[in-house]
Design a binder for this molecule. Structure first.
Ligand code: PRX
Length: 651
């Protein structure tokens, strides 16, 4: 197991308990701890009936023959069933009063707005589905989407789902090199992008980056470009088309294709422990069920709710909880293009007030940043519409939790701290807000039907409050099915470290009340501002610079981002350590991966500390980067002097 050298110790002692208030519980989908426990028992005893019963609430063109076919580690859910995600998110709601309900309320960073009812969204999706078909996209083709947070992004993904094209959304902050690699791995046939998007008051260019990427992406035949910022772009004849030109004449009739329940809905690339990102594959029926039920019970969604998740759709949170899980429940989803602090640090609260948001879902890193800016900003706005708050992406420190609870939730909103991953597709551990009392910093208990545990290396359960590895014991409907075109890696990565179970890569402990406390990654993956990055990826980017001989990248605590990136670099030949080179290396990583991977610190060193077998001693580097004393065993150090040198440089 990677990172085995890092001991899992838990230092957090948190004893506060917040019970759901009676009023909330009475109106909640799941009303009491007893009801939650009953559901868990039922699911535990007969998971297939449990999931099968819930799945009947979705629209199926053809019922399934078998709920689960499990040939470890490969699962098939709702075998033989035919279903369409776009149909479930749109067409279903057109039959009744919801047809004129807002599906998406969108706000651009400059303040422009757009509201699409379910009917509007359906019409646009049908039109774009026809555009895709006209441009040669057929069922099973991959479509890459590289866009700002604008309604066309939602339209494009739902249009893919409608015709059975598999989308691969690449976060708009990724560089053209990262985009190229992802396009090539998926062999995308068409790219949807925009001229640019707005971020912190400036324009970020997108089409330009796609142009650069396509120089090395032979699979792409066509590109569709949304005009968002009026940034001048070069359109290549026969390859590049404006969205508005193609949509002008497109028909708004397009039948949703009945797809096999296991048809791949999307690929989403995420970082792993090697330099190459993994294409996590999610399929149709099980994914939709997982996101729909978790959204309903955890966010306690009601038809009257205005729901807002601040994530970018380029990450899994946006896929599952801005679009699929929310629209399938027929709820109104707010979508915002820009950053939380533009033009002022109250932008989020201004939007909550403006649209009377009821359920608000964000990341601890955003909360920490806003705490620092002071409570005067939220206090300028009426936040009384809020009834439920959520967090995702990393452990939330109890101080940030308390601020969220007091300043934003006015002590009346339950907080759901939701633990999950790109791979799990939907939330795995979280309070059900009307049922489970919360403890600041704990994601509390597993969702009914989700069998999680904390174990040692051999897979044996550990005692309460002892740290161990977080695993999932049984298949679940929204689980990743494989790594795109790499089933071997899927098996090795998730199903080999601990026998017979899915290993999450996280360390955790469970307390005496059965509450889970996730402590963070135990492998060479770091969590920067709620975004996952493989240290190997950043290392590969550094080493691709001609001045660099070797690099080791580790995480170090950061008060806002959770984890900052520290890089230790040895230089090639005659290159001299210099401030200018540090800057150049940071810019190089930004170019290779994107600004999210830009190292916070770079330190030059003659050598890197290694074990006798040549493995970089990351624990030592982590300690140095965070300024801690090294207490571990260093007897395997190849070169003791390296450590001393690194320390001196530090002083
Ligand atoms: O380490 C865990 C952390 O984020 C990782 C998953 O990252 P990603 O696939 O990018 O998905 C993020 C959004 C679902 C996990 O392995 N993580 C996520 N949520 C929490 C968390 N750690 C602690 N508490 C959480 N609520």
């Amino acid at each position: 197991m990677a990172g085995g050298e890092k001991e899992i110790t838990s230092v957090l002692k948190e004893r506060r308990l917040f019970k759901p208030n009676k009023e909330f519980s009475q109106q909640a989908h799941i009303k009491s701890l007893r009801e939650y426990e009953r559901l868990c028992k039922k699911a535990e005893k007969d998971p297939e009936t449990f999931w099968g019963t819930l799945a009947k609430e979705l629209h199926w063109f053809k019922p399934w023959k078998k709920v689960l076919q499990w040939k470890p580690p490969f699962a098939k859910w709702f075998v033989g069933g035919k279903i369409n995600v776009a149909y479930n998110c749109l067409d279903r709601h057109l039959e009744g009063w919801r047809k004129n309900k807002a599906a998406i309320i969108w706000e651009g960073e400059p303040g422009d707005t757009r509201t699409l009812t379910y009917q509007d969204l359906h019409r646009e999706v049908c039109k774009f589905a026809n555009v895709l078909k006209q441009e040669g996209v057929v069922k099973g083709d991959r479509v890459a989407i590289y866009m700002p947070m604008i309604p066309e992004l939602a339209i494009a993904m739902l249009a893919c789902a409608r015709i059975g094209a598999t989308h691969s959304i690449i976060f708009g902050g990724f560089s053209s090199a990262a985009l190229r690699d992802r396009i090539n791995d998926a062999e995308a046939k068409l790219v949807v992008t925009a001229d640019g998007g707005y971020r912190k008051g400036s324009v970020i260019t997108l089409k330009e980056k796609v142009d650069e990427a396509l120089k090395g992406s032979p699979s792409v035949e066509k590109m569709v470009v949304v005009r968002r910022t009026n940034t001048p772009v070069k359109m290549r004849r026969g390859r590049d088309f404006w969205w508005h030109d193609l949509m002008k004449d497109a028909s708004d009739h397009c039948k949703a294709v009945p797809l096999d329940s296991e048809h791949p809905l999307f690929i989403l690339y995420t970082s792993g422990t090697t330099g190459k990102p993994k294409g996590v594959v999610h399929t149709t029926g099980g994914y939709l069920l997982g996101t729909t039920v978790t959204a309903r019970w955890i966010f306690d969604l009601k038809d009257t709710d205005t729901y807002w998740c601040t994530a970018d759709i380029g990450w899994v949170t946006g896929h599952s909880y801005i679009i699929y899980g929310i629209l399938s429940n027929g709820v109104t989803s707010v979508m915002y293009e820009g950053v939380p602090t533009y033009p002022q640090p109250d932008r989020l609260w201004q939007i909550v007030d403006k649209y009377k948001v009821n359920v608000f879902y964000t990341a601890p890193t955003a909360i920490r940043a806003l705490v620092k800016l002071g409570k005067a900003w939220p206090e300028r706005h009426d936040l009384s519409s809020l009834r439920l708050l959520g967090t995702v992406g990393e452990p939330i420190n109890p101080e940030a939790w308390m601020w969220y609870h007091t300043i934003i939730g006015k002590k009346k909103c339950p907080i759901v701290d939701t633990w999950w991953q790109t791979e799990t597709g939907s939330i795995m551990i979280s309070p059900l807000p009307g049922a489970i009392p919360t403890k600041p910093g704990s994601a509390t208990r597993p969702f009914p039907g989700i069998s999680v545990d904390v174990v040692d290396r051999k897979g044996a359960g550990v005692k309460p409050n002892i740290g161990g590895y977080l695993i999932i014991k049984r298949p679940w409907p929204s689980m990743l099915r494989t790594i795109w075109r790499d089933p071997k890696r899927f098996k090795n990565q998730y199903w080999s470290d601990i026998p017979g179970v899915y290993f999450t890569g996280d360390g955790a402990r469970r307390d005496r009340d059965g509450y889970f406390w996730v402590m963070g990654r135990v492998d060479d993956v770091i969590n920067v501002a709620g975004h996952r990055l493989g240290t190997m990826e950043v290392e590969s980017a550094l080493v691709s610079h001609p001045a660099v001989a070797e690099a080791a990248v580790v995480g170090r605590p950061d008060p806002i981002k959770g984890t900052g990136i520290a890089a230790f670099v040895t230089l090639e030949g005659k290159n001299k350590p210099a401030e200018k080179l540090k800057k150049a290396l940071k810019a190089h990583v930004t170019k290779e991966i994107g600004a999210i991977a830009r190292p916070d610190d770079i330190r030059f060193t003659e050598n890197l500390p290694k074990t006798r077998s040549g493995k970089i001693m990351r624990r030592l580097l982590r300690d140095i980067a965070s300024g801690n004393e090294t207490v571990g065993d260093t007897s395997t150090l190849e070169d003791y002097t390296v450590l001393a040198t690194l320390r001196q440089e530090d002083e």
